[in-house]
Design a binder for this molecule. Sequence first.
Ligand SMILES: Nc1nc2c(ncn2[C@@H]2O[C@H](COP(=O)(O)OP(=O)(O)OP(=O)(O)O)[C@@H](O)[C@H]2O)c(=O)[nH]1
Length: 460
Amino acid sequence: MQEEIKQYISVILKEWQPLRAELPQNVIVILRNIAEEQSDNLAHRFYESLFKDPAIARHLSYELVEEQLSRSLSKWVKAILTQDESQFETLAQQQYHVGGVHARIGIPVEFVQRGARQLKYGIYDYITQHNIETELGLQVMHYAAMAIDIAIEMMSHAYAMSHYRATRNEEAYRMHVLMNNAWQEQGKQQSALSSWENSVIYGLVSGVHQSEALIKISDSNFGLWFRHKCVRQFGETEQIQQIRLLMTTIDQKMASLDITTDIPVEKLQDLLRIIHACCQKISTYMEMLFNDVSHMQDGKDALTNLLNKRYLPIVLKHEVSLAMENHLPLSVAIIDVDFFKKVNDEWGHTVGDRALTHVANLLSDNIRASDYVFRYGGEEFLIVLVEAGQSEAYMLLERIRRIVSSTPFEAVSGKNLPITVSIGYTVHDGHPDYNQLLNRADVALYEAKRNGRNRIEQHK
Ligand SMILES: Nc1nc2c(ncn2[C@@H]2O[C@H](COP(=O)(O)OP(=O)(O)OP(=O)(O)O)[C@@H](O)[C@H]2O)c(=O)[nH]1
């Protein structure tokens, strides 16, 4: 779990734990009774209030609520009202999980808050209907309301963070597009870097440095671009951090010069060597940065030219809501190259890379125009098969499996290697969280591997 979330949880638990620790036994008993007798009713009340608003239909179906969500919410109510401090840590993590699911499904936070209000009304009704003595009733209501608020706050935090990440991705994407032409920008900045290097070399060698202050790299045109635009456009990537370190090294070396006196030749040569080596490294990191971006910009994986994973959530979210709105089938498959490590080990990474491109090409040549194929991980691919239920997905995937195993891959001239893939797939079951599709396809893939590879398994 991220450090930021851990800290957040620890602050909230510090508030929640004493509330629970100080509860008198008779309050705990009533809370337990409410949980036992009322949690199903409260869950029902929660969803009933939501379905009064037609806007919720975009996010949830009655069937899903009936079959799954109501039960989960009832369990949630029980846990919030009855669990003690020893279980709070787990409870907190569950709130984060739920908040993340809500963000993926796109259930707005205000709907959850509206439903939570119904839980409080329900608990209040219980207290008044059971003629619970005022002081006791007040304590029950106080704890129940606080505990619900605390749990919802954690959920909302997870939701907001998830949204923030998605927005940041979108913003990064927009910034890339704004850059218009990455190659042009790259050329411009590479030449700003060389021109700074040249003027520093000239200054140092010709002694101009004694009369004019040498410009630090961080204050040069390149440095300004780096500090203001580059970091914002690319985010805190590994390359950005390396470039920053290299710039600091250069500036520190230059600051240590005594420019009022002549610099000894060896010292000068040493400095020039360092500056040159650092600038070359900066240049290489810049190239990597722009290379990644130009591929990111069109959502493509650099090696295989397939879609990269970054935009998978956008596609899956869209396809899942289309499937739900139009009652259409949808399948997702994860495809993994069998014993791929052996290919790398025996033939080297370059051949391994070519094998991946070979499989990627077979996949994209053999899916329907409507489907999506992603590079999902190292030697894993993911296919989104739109409007394909169990049998159609199986047919399409079986065709792909056969084509891969029967198309020769020439590792080196005259030497063909057998390549096979294992496939796990699953059919959308109406749940709005696309992560479930990914998890289920993954489990099925594991089965396909376990059952001997070069085969397909479906998760049911
Ligand atoms: N050449 C190359 N290799 C990669 C790339 N990405 C991941 N790999 C390699 O893929 C291999 C995956 O190996 P494993 O996960 O052990 O699985 P496997 O050998 O395919 O065996 P099974 O999946 O169990 O059939 C590792 O050796 C990775 O280094 C890549 O982009 N290029």
